[in-house]
Design a protein. Structure first.
Lengths: 342, 84
C-alpha cells in the first residue's frame, strides 16, 4: 500500500513544490499520509484522539476516481458521484480534511491550536489566581506538556526537585526527559541541578558537545538532544528547576522560545508554591498605578453617562482620543475630569 | 505619525520597547485592566487570544511607554483605526 500510494502521489503532481524532486523524503515532507507538513504532528493538538487517522493516503491533488468518466458532468460535480471507489474517495478525503483542520495550521506559524490554548488558559489562570481546591500536580503535568510546544524540536520537558538528600523528577513530558534527568542525577551534576541549586538559568546551545557536564553530553548524544534550557523555579519550598530538551541545536537562542519557557517556569513555580510569592512591584509604583487607574475610571464614567455607553466602549473612546490627539490616555482622561483624581 | 506599514503587534511592541512584563502589567493595571501578570504575558506571546478590549488595553499600555518617549502609538489596536 505504501509503494502504491507513493506512486499515486508522484503521478498526482504533488511535485508542484519547488523543493520536491519526487523522492520518498519529499513524500513525507509534503505531508506523507496525513497531508501535514514535515515537523508537525497531531499529537499536540489531540487530533489523534478525536479523529481516526485515514488509512489511505490522499494527496492534495489526487483526482477523484470518477474523473474522466463517460459522463463529464459527473466529474464537474453536476451529477452526484457514484460507485464504491468514489464513495470511499469522498469518505477518506473528508477524514483527511478533518485531520488537517484539527492539527496545527502550518500557516499559523507559532500560533497555538485551540486545545493548546485551553491548556495555557488553564495553567496561567490557576497560577495567577490560586485556589486551594486545585489539583496542582495535575496542572504542573499539563504545564510540562506545554513545554513541548515552546519551540520546534523539543523532545522533553521536566521538573527537577532537590530534597531529602536526593534528586527527583516530579513531572515530565516527552520520551527523553526522564532519561536525561536521571543521567544528571546519577552523575550528581548537570544543568538541571545547577539551575535548581544556584537559581541561575542554564542554557546549553550544544548540549551534546559541551564539556562542562560530560555525563549530560553523553546522555544527550544517546537521546539525540542537542540543546537544553533549565530555568530555576523561584520561591518554591524546595530547590527546583524546569528543564526543556530540544533535538535542534541553539533552539533556545530564539527570544520567543526563551520567553515561552520563562512564562512556563513562572507558572509552574506559582503552582508549586500555591500562588503566593513576593511581588516584584514596589509599593510606591503600585500606589501610583492605582491613582492613575482611578482617574481613567472616572473619565470612563463621565463618557458612559454623557453618551449612554458601556465601560469598554468608553475605554475605546478614550483610546480613540489618545490616538487622534497623539497624547497619553492619562492626559486625555485628566482633561475630561479636570478636578478629579490623578 | 507611524505609518500603517510600521504598526507593531503586541509582541513586537514589547520587544522593541524593552519593557519588562511587570512594567507592562502595572501599566495595564493603571489603565483599568484586570488580567494577572502571567495572563498578560501569555496574551503578548500569542499563547492566549485576547478579546478586542483586552487587546486594545495591552496595546495602549505598550503605547503609553512609547508616548512617554516621543513616539506616537506604534502598536496596532484591534478596533481603533490608526487615522481617525
Amino acid at each position: 500500500l505504501t509503494k502504491k500510494a507513493f506512486h499515486v502521489w508522484r503521478k498526482a503532481g504533488v511535485r508542484r513544490r519547488a523543493v520536491s524532486d519526487g523522492s520518498r523524503a519529499d513524500f513525507f515532507r509534503a505531508g506523507g499520509w496525513t497531508g501535514l507538513p514535515a515537523g508537525r504532528t497531531n499529537d499536540m493538538s489531540g487530533a489523534r484522539d478525536r479523529v481516526r487517522r485515514p488509512d489511505v493516503f490522499i494527496p492534495a491533488r489526487l483526482p477523484c476516481p470518477d474523473r474522466g468518466r463517460a459522463n463529464p458532468a459527473q466529474s464537474r460535480g453536476l451529477l452526484p458521484a457514484s460507485g464504491r471507489r468514489v464513495r470511499r474517495w469522498h469518505r477518506v478525503r473528508r477524514s483527511a480534511k478533518t485531520l488537517r483542520r484539527n492539527s496545527t495550521d502550518p500557516k499559523a506559524g507559532d500560533m497555538s491550536t485551540a486545545s493548546t490554548q485551553q491548556q495555557w488558559a488553564q495553567v496561567v489562570a490557576a497560577a495567577g489566581r490560586p485556589d486551594p481546591g486545585l489539583d496542582r500536580h495535575a496542572l504542573v503535568q499539563v504545564a510540562v506538556g506545554l513545554g513541548l510546544t515552546a519551540a520546534d524540536g523539543i523532545g522533553g520537558c521536566s521538573v527537577t526537585e532537590i530534597g531529602g538528600g536526593g534528586y527527583r523528577t516530579t513531572a515530565a513530558a516527552g520520551a527523553v526527559a526522564v532519561a536525561l534527568d536521571q543521567a544528571q542525577y546519577d552523575a550528581g551534576i548537570g544543568p538541571c541541578l545547577v539551575a535548581a541549586d544556584t537559581g541561575q538559568a542554564q542554557q546549553l546551545d550544544d548540549a551534546d558537545r559541551q564539556r562542562r557536564y560530560p555525563a549530560f553530553a553523553v546522555a544527550s548524544r544517546e537521546h539525540g538532544i542537542r540543546s537544553s534550557l533549565s530555568l530555576p523555579l523561584l520561591g518554591v519550598p524546595l530547590p527546583a528547576a524546569l528543564n526543556v530538551y530540544a533535538s535542534t541545536q541553539r533552539a533556545f537562542e530564539d527570544d520567543r522560545a526563551r520567553a515561552v519557557t520563562g512564562l512556563l517556569a513562572r507558572s509552574v513555580a506559582s503552582l508549586l508554591r500555591g500562588g503566593t510569592g513576593p511581588s516584584p512591584v514596589a509599593p510606591a509604583d503600585l500606589t501610583a498605578a492605582l491613582a492613575r487607574r482611578r482617574s481613567v475610571e472616572t473619565a470612563q464614567r463621565v463618557l458612559m453617562t454623557r453618551h449612554r455607553i458601556g465601560a469598554s466602549e468608553a475605554f475605546q473612546r478614550l483610546v480613540e482620543r489618545s490616538v487622534a490627539e497623539g497624547r497619553s490616555l492619562f492626559d486625555v482622561a485628566r482633561d475630561l475630569v479636570p478636578d478629579g483624581p490623578g | 505619525m507611524t505609518g500603517p506599514g510600521q504598526e507593531l503587534t503586541l509582541e513586537e511592541g514589547v520587544a522593541r520597547s524593552g519593557m519588562s512584563f511587570h512594567e507592562l502589567w502595572l501599566s495595564q493595571l493603571a489603565l483599568g485592566g484586570e488580567a494577572a501578570s502571567l495572563e498578560v504575558e501569555a496574551y503578548v506571546l500569542g499563547l492566549l487570544t485576547p478579546d478586542a478590549f483586552q487587546h486594545d488595553l495591552i496595546a495602549q499600555a505598550i503605547n503609553e511607554y512609547f508616548i512617554e518617549r516621543g513616539e506616537d502609538h506604534p502598536v496596532a489596536y484591534w478596533q481603533v483605526p490608526k487615522e481617525i
